[in-house]
Design a protein around this ligand. Structure first.
Ligand code: ZN
Length: 128
């Protein structure tokens, strides 16, 4: 999967902060939904690679029950974790068992984490 992530970096639109991030949402049936961060001159108007991949899957008719793993990599730092907005999206639109795999672009270092690890004491649909 790391080779797919590396190929995806060229699609990132990171002209403002020069912080390219890519993500691939892997589904149970083997379908891959790719995402890149898209920065804009107004930071709030851009989006992260993680949400780009998740929203693409949803737009194509896939649902949380179909999601197997989310692979994430930045070309600018060793390991990048999802931001808090993406963590809320993960909590609301992905299954608890989702394998979140974080890659270091410059080494073989890989970290596996979960939504529960990323969102302790979270607020979700069950709280409404
Ligand atoms: Zn994010």
């Amino acid at each position: 999967m790391k080779n797919e992530l590396i190929k995806l970096i060229k699609n990132s639109k990171s002209t403002y902060y020069n912080f390219p991030v890519v993500a691939i949402l892997e589904c149970m049936d083997g379908t891959l939904f790719k995402g890149v961060n898209i920065e804009t001159s107004s930071p709030a108007a851009g989006t992260c690679a993680e949400r780009c991949a998740i929203y693409s899957a949803i737009a194509n008719g896939y649902d949380k029950k179909d999601f197997k793993a989310l692979h994430i990599m930045s070309a600018s730092c060793e390991i990048v974790y999802p931001c808090m907005i993406c963590r809320q999206t993960l909590l609301d639109y992905c299954p608890k068992y989702l394998d979140i795999v974080l890659y270091d672009a410059d080494s073989d270092n890989i970290i596996h984490t979960t939504i529960d690890e990323l969102t302790p004491h979270s607020f979700s649909k069950e709280d409404l």
